[in-house]
Design a protein around this ligand. Sequence first.
Ligand SMILES: CC(C)(COP(=O)(O)OP(=O)(O)OC[C@H]1O[C@@H](n2cnc3c(N)ncnc32)[C@H](O)[C@@H]1OP(=O)(O)O)[C@@H](O)C(=O)NCCC(=O)NCCS
Length: 163
Amino acid sequence: MNPRDHDSHLQVRLAQPDDIFDIAGLLRDLAGHGLGWAWRPARIEDAIRDAETDVIVATDPGGALHGVGMMSLGEENGHLQLLAVRADCAGQGIGRRLVEWLEACARAAGMARITLEARESNHDGICFYRHLGYAKVGSVMGYYGGQETAIRLRKVLRSEAMA
Ligand SMILES: CC(C)(COP(=O)(O)OP(=O)(O)OC[C@H]1O[C@@H](n2cnc3c(N)ncnc32)[C@H](O)[C@@H]1OP(=O)(O)O)[C@@H](O)C(=O)NCCC(=O)NCCS
């Protein structure tokens, strides 16, 4: 079976408060990527309830969570705060679907660009974003708990001249 056939059965939708513990569990399982500890249930709940933040999930027909994405919307900048796909579902197009969903939200909200940070050590994550059209625009020393450098990436949605 083509892995993308699996992806086509997934639904991408806005997260609900009922999803909080599933999201926290998925992120805990990815703790090796530095995600789990920063995203405790209370913080996830705040994000879901925040009108300026889109939290989305990919779920299968049985309701199981396969991925999560989160973006906050500023005046002109969408900040992609979080993206995670269950490790056993990687490489099936779920990450791309989540990013494209959030990009569509950002465009609809009039954002000029999307920025994000990834750990300098997260080579796979950085390559994934570059593949989706994000370009490195800088690095931020000590961004992660004063310890690890972040690589900042950006995708322009519309030219600054029109912004
Ligand atoms: C990074 C992550 C979100 C990718 O999700 P995924 O569902 O495995 O990615 P997809 O299958 O949607 O891949 C989308 C595209 O990116 C490409 N891609 C994925 N990883 C890549 C890599 N390391 N190098 C180059 N291209 C890559 C795929 O080939 C695919 O290309 P295509 O759509 O043109 O065929 C996922 O592996 C993950 O959650 N990692 C742990 C957490 C993390 O690192 N989050 C992001 C950084 S904060």
